[in-house]
Ligand binder design. Structure first.
Ligand SMILES: [Zn+2]
Length: 168
């Protein structure tokens, strides 16, 4: 069955056990993670590809819900011809984007923009903290499928830090 951040009992029921509730209260998992977990569990009956897929985390942005899966599992969560994603999109009334968990922010950037557009992804340290600066080739801007603002929002959620996208 699909692996999620909540346990089996909590997937099947509408209330959370005390252990899972603690994860929500501490912010380790979000209400959205709980919802996505339960929906995936329900969909598994119709979409067998979900059976051995791992759902790690979700992030909600203005336009979409990002679903992070285990390595090698994105295809399973997308479903044949996007069948699972279509169901999720209907359910949540938002666009759905599925990513496999990555080791670096640059790897996420590569999923979102044509990889040859990327000049660099740097962590910039300031006296107030740090942020990521993503430098993209400006002349290729038309090839991007997401706006700069959306890219910053999505990458910000994925990294948990501020992200600035600049064109050179
Ligand atoms: Zn539980």
């Amino acid at each position: 069955m699909v692996k999620t951040p909540i346990d089996r009992i909590c997937l099947e029921n509408d209330i959370l056990c005390s252990a899972c509730q603690r994860k929500v209260d501490s912010g380790e998992i979000s209400e959205m993670d709980v919802k996505v977990s339960r929906v995936l569990n329900r969909l598994e009956k119709r979409f067998k590809s979900l059976k051995d897929a791992t759902f790690i985390k979700s992030y909600e942005t203005t336009k979409r819900i990002i679903i992070l899966t285990g390595k090698g599992d994105a295809r399973k969560v997308v479903g044949k011809g996007g069948s699972v994603v279509k169901e999720l999109s209907k359910k949540f009334q938002k666009g759905i984007q599925v990513f496999e968990v990555k080791d670096s922010l640059e790897d996420y950037v590569k999923e979102l923009v044509p990889p040859d557009m990327i000049i660099g992804v740097n962590r910039v340290f300031t006296k107030d903290g740090s942020y990521y600066k993503v430098i993209l080739r400006g002349k290729d801007r038309k090839r991007m499928k997401v706006s700069r603002g959306e890219l910053e929002e999505v990458l910000g959620k994925l990294s948990g830090e501020g992200v600035k996208v600049v064109f050179e």
